[in-house]
Design a protein around this ligand. Structure first.
Ligand SMILES: Cc1cc2nc3c(=O)[nH]c(=O)nc-3n(C[C@H](O)[C@H](O)[C@H](O)COP(=O)(O)OP(=O)(O)OC[C@H]3O[C@@H](n4cnc5c(N)ncnc54)[C@H](O)[C@@H]3O)c2cc1C
Length: 524
């Protein structure tokens, strides 16, 4: 059995930053990811925008803006850490060797060779981590946490051939990202289904805010174009229109005339504006017929506009069909300032954590979160591990471990069904009826997964059960929250209600999820 001081599950930016810090502190570290290091992650798909305090955006302004956008339900302790430590992000990225441009509200990674700068960042970090001696388990999946007397003492994992292998560790960090890939329509890599949240809950950690899911308004839905999102900034003069040509934002977000700002700062409202149109059967489009500056576009400046250009689109074509797509999950595991969960020896960082972004995330805050909290988790997990006596060990017997053979046909059928339930019931516009319906479907799918007699399905059951835990948690939290706040819009409770200022917390007892509402004070 392999033994490490620190085992990190998830090799996106939070996991990589944690590994960097833990290895530099002198710990033996391993990093596990479903794809290659940094791949199969939201980090690799990202636009590379990091928000942090600058001369033009003071720390207090960013703190307040993050909480305003999060509609006051953010965990202020975490927001304070984000903005204070956010200043260190440029220096960290320079150390790793990536180049970036300085902007009034932070930095943006330069696109020099690749359209997706996150891929370039991952390639650089992979080399840095290998040089630091971090052991990389690529294309490996962690299925569960190993517990002994309520402490986390390691992980049970599977390699790409389906062979099981346990890892014993003094400290374990969950950095498995969010759960937006459970939706039918999403822009995440398909492995981001909330495994870390389910594993954490099973181990005794708490989760919160699972009802808050951020959609990205401008996902391409046009025949012949890939289903990517079109990142800000957008060309001047770009608008979102319905099929009658009405400006959709002028009706619903009248205070914001610039599309780039609206998408960065009022993403929830922009999505709702589009969803209301679609609900009335009116398709929406990104209208570029009056866009200016198109001829000056290159890969570095207006990336998404350049993307469109490479697909052969020109402004004279007028409009591109768009639809919001599930993008970022604000909910996740509860941590303290040291990234410690309720379970001894178990830490969490990045999108797997809930509470920082409240009901809606400010654009650019998630990558900063991944670096800031990944580093804190890495440092503290290493300190704990190195302060402990003896070599890490687990009592799990190697011969209990079996090969994992997954029947992908059945699994992908179930994944598709879950995706449809999420898109229908947990989408931008929600209602009691839709959520109850969604929960009934979840129960049916769970029965189906449990009762299937297909032997080859046996091992894939855990994956589906993990997904169903997270989906059930999100549906029930959304049902419980009888108001509209940030990204959570209830047609039957369309206004924000002070009585719901707080978090829906989720825990697990036996295999049942338990919900409680924890109120909080509004920041004055
Ligand atoms: C298209 C897109 C663009 C974005 N652009 C921006 C932006 O410009 N600025 C910004 O601030 N935010 C952006 N975001 C959000 C941001 O990218 C993510 O929130 C952030 O990268 C999350 O980092 P992470 O390390 O927590 O998770 P991820 O980067 O998603 O990494 C999660 C890792 O966990 C692994 N994993 C999951 N489950 C398991 C398991 N069971 N076993 C082993 N490994 C597992 C995955 O393989 C992956 O390696 C964007 C998101 C998307 C989807």
């Amino acid at each position: 059995m392999e033994r490490f001081d620190v085992c990190i599950v998830g090799s996106g930016l939070a996991g990589m930053s944690g590994a960097y810090e833990a290895a530099r502190a002198g710990a033996s570290v391993c990093l596990m990811g479903k794809g290659g290091v940094g791949k199969a992650s939201a980090t690799s798909m990202s636009a590379g925008i990091f928000t942090h305090p600058t001369e033009g955006l003071r720390e207090e302004e960013l703190f307040k803006a993050t909480i305003d956008i999060g509609r006051n339900v953010n965990d202020e302790r975490l927001v304070r850490i984000l903005v204070t430590n956010g200043r260190t992000v440029p220096e960290f990225l320079s150390e790793v060797g990536i180049t970036y441009e300085t902007k009034p509200s932070g930095i943006t990674l330069r696109r020099q060779r690749l359209m997706f700068p996150g891929v370039e960042l991952a390639q650089l970090m992979r080399k840095v981590l290998a040089d630091l001696g971090v052991v990389l388990f690529e294309r490996c999946v962690t299925e569960s946490l190993i517990l002994e007397r309520k402490r986390c003492i390691g992980t049970l994992n599977f390699d790409k051939n389906g062979n099981a292998f346990p890892i014993a560790s003094h400290s374990t960090i969950l950095a498995t990202g969010g759960f937006c890939a459970v939706f039918g329509d999403h822009d995440n890599p398909s492995g981001l289904v909330g495994d870390g949240i389910a594993m954490g809950l099973r181990a005794g950690a708490l989760a919160r805010d699972l009802e808050f899911v951020q959609f990205f308004p401008i996902g391409m839905k046009q025949e012949g174009f890939p289903p990517f999102v079109l990142f800000p900034p957008y060309a001047n003069g770009a608008r979102i229109v319905n099929e009658k040509g009405d400006d959709v934002l002028r009706k619903r977000v009248p205070e914001e005339t610039d599309l780039t700002r609206a998408v960065l700062l009022q993403r929830d409202k922009v999505c709702q504006a589009i969803a209301f149109e679609e609900d009335r059967g009116r398709k929406c489009y990104l209208d570029l017929s009056n866009a200016t500056g198109w001829d000056k576009i290159d890969m570095e400046t207006l990336n998404s506009m350049y993307q469109l250009k490479t697909y052969g689109f020109s402004p004279s074509d007028g409009k591109v069909r768009i639809r919001p797509t599930a993008h970022h999950s604000m909910g996740g595991l509860v941590i303290d300032e040291c990234c410690q969960t309720e379970v001894i020896g178990l830490y969490a960082a990045g999108e797997v954590v809930g509470g920082l972004h409240g009901a809606n995330r400010r654009g650019g805050n998630a990558l900063t979160e991944a670096v800031v909290f990944g580093r804190i988790a890495g440092r503290i997990a290493a300190e704990r591990a190195m302060g402990r006596q003896g070599t890490p060990s687990t009592r799990l017997l190697d011969d209990e471990l079996t090969m994992k053979e997954t029947d992908t046909t059945h699994l992908s059928k179930m994944r598709k069904a879950i995706g449809e339930v999420c898109t229908k019931s947990l989408g931008i516009v929600r209602s009691r009826e839709g959520l109850v319906n969604g929960l009934e479907w979840v129960n049916r799918l769970r029965q189906e997964a449990r009762s299937t007699s297909e032997v080859s399905m046996e091992d894939g059951k855990k994956d589906i059960e993990n997904i169903l835990v997270v989906v059930e948690g999100a549906l029930n939290s959304a049902l419980l929250r009888q108001e509209s706040r940030g990204s959570h819009f209830r047609r039957d409770f369309p206004v924000e209600d002070e009585r719901w200022l707080g978090h829906v917390e989720v825990s697990m007892s036996e295999s049942d999820l338990i919900y409680s509402f924890v109120s909080k004070k509004k920041l004055t």
